[in-house]
Design a protein around this ligand. Structure first.
Ligand code: RTP
Ligand code: MG
Length: 141
């Protein structure tokens, strides 16, 4: 049998506080695993404001996140972005009704999940949480 080599890619997924508070963690993880991803690393964190600002440097967003995981599959970055849908959950409900943000997001800011947007972002974001300690007093949950 000829073996086919597939190149796996890693992406960082975050279930944000509104997703955790809405009890969407299990259904989101089932969606991830049912869509061909393997979850290779995961943790739960309560992030302090400095860490959030440093992670989301381009937005200085004040949202706090809770559940994080690294996923891998071929084309993981684009496929996870496709699965979560548009940033604004209200738009997602109309244009991508089967997306994660359509079923668990609330609005533009409280859109329940994050996905890395490029190979460069995925590398930075995965190492931000998993390959070195993140800054400050974030507490594992
Ligand atoms: P994410 O980074 O969380 O995967 O989401 P995204 O790429 O779809 O959206 P992005 O433009 O990177 O924005 C990051 C997060 O900031 C919040 N946001 N608020 N105008 C606003 O009020 C606004 N725009 C974005 C959202 O929580 C978004 O996920
Ligand atoms: Mg983004």
């Amino acid at each position: 049998l000829a073996s086919v080599d597939t190149v796996k890619e890693k992406t960082l997924a975050i279930i944000k506080p509104d997703g955790v508070n809405g009890n969407y963690v299990d259904v989101i993880k089932k969606t991830i695993l049912g869509s061909g991803f393997s979850i290779t690393q995961e943790m739960q964190l309560q992030l302090n404001e400095n860490t959030v600002k440093s992670f989301y440097a381009e937005h200085a967003s004040k949202s706090f996140f809770s559940g994080l995981s690294v996923h891998d599959k071929e084309n993981a970055i684009a496929d996870w972005r496709a699965l979560i849908g548009p940033t604004d959950a209200n738009i997602a409900k109309v244009t991508h009704p089967k997306s994660v943000r359509a079923f668990c997001g609330l609005d533009l800011q409280r859109n329940c999940v994050h996905g890395s947007d490029s190979p460069q972002s995925a590398a930075r974001e995965i190492s931000f949480f998993f390959e070195k300690s993140s800054s400050g007093r974030d507490s594992r949950m």
